[in-house]
Design a protein around this ligand. Structure first.
Ligand SMILES: [Zn+2]
Ligand SMILES: [Zn+2]
Length: 282
């Protein structure tokens, strides 16, 4: 597989070990690295292009964009969604097959007119709207395994049956217009969670036949992180294997992994390179 890594250098603890932790991966022939914003390189050499305000307004209100500007995190939020949008475009244009997107700020709590929980803009939503407009793409699936409910993504696509959104979180079961919430117990072991995904996502997405599969991947549900539900680090690698195999079956391997919640630096350092190996070698 040709794998794109979309890398925005976020200040702070969690991603401090990057990009160094990608050593041994970036050198590979099938890895394409699109970077933005890091201290050791001049800005002119960045390869990740930001997206325009018009692209943000496809999903978010002018008021929301204005509010995000006031937080002082606009640039980080913009480059975070730019990674997801550029990944989707390059996959559509067949420059790469799949992607891992580093974000500074996540996606799924950002809706049309609201944001919160470390999310400002909704990258998957903007990517979907952009592919539809530019290329006439139609059907997309998003699986969300962050520990929290993706209220923003749900709201944006509530009336859109051509986006299958399956969210695994602590909220009760709900299913409406191809938006599905699957309740995850407050304590769970790896194998039970994998079973939940197989039973509730696999058949739905196979029947749905998306053109691209997005994965809002959070690791905040791992033991010792802020959304701890008892998962071990291994869980994420196992799930990566399963979702990579699934994407190969349903949409020619077109998978975009978007980094969402999670705070532990040691987990980021070990899990992200391992996951990139899985998606690029399958
Ligand atoms: Zn979360
Ligand atoms: Zn949910």
């Amino acid at each position: 597989m040709r794998t794109g890594i979309f890398y925005y250098h976020q200040k702070g603890e969690r991603l401090q070990d990057f990009p160094q932790a990608l050593k041994g991966i970036l050198e590979k022939e099938n890895i394409f690295f699109y970077d933005a914003f890091y201290p050791s390189k001049p800005p002119s050499s960045f390869e990740l292009e930001p997206i325009s305000s018009e692209m943000l307004y496809q999903i978010h209100s002018h008021e929301l964009v204005e509010e995000v500007t006031k937080t002082g995190n606009f640039e980080g939020a913009l480059f975070s969604v730019a990674g997801t949008v550029r990944a989707a475009e390059k996959i559509w244009m067949e420059e790469i097959d799949n992607a891992f997107v580093f974000t500074g700020y996540g996606d799924h709590h950002a809706g049309t007119i609201f944001f919160g929980g470390g999310c400002y803009f909704n990258g998957a939503a903007i990517a979907i709207r952009t592919l539809r407009k530019r290329f006439g793409a139609k059907r997309f699936a998003i699986i969300d395994t962050d520990a929290h409910h993706g209220d923003g993504t749900w709201e944006i696509f509530e009336a859109d049956p051509d986006v299958l959104y399956v969210c695994f979180c602590s909220d009760h079961y709900l299913e409406k217009n191809n938006k599905v919430n699957i309740q995850v117990p407050t304590r769970i072991i790896d194998e039970e969670y994998l079973e939940l995904v197989r039973n509730n996502f696999f058949s739905r997405v196979m029947a749905f036949q998306p053109e691209i599969l997005f994965w809002n991947w959070g690791y905040d549900g791992t033991q010792g992180d802020y959304g701890d539900i008892g998962l071990t680090p291994d869980f994420h690698i196992l799930l990566t294997n399963e979702l990579t195999g699934l994407a190969n079956k349903i949409c020619r391997g077109r998978l975009i992994v978007v980094l969402c919640g999670g705070s532990r630096r040691d987990l980021a350092r070990t899990l992200i390179p391992e996951m990139i190996k899985v998606i690029s070698e399958e």
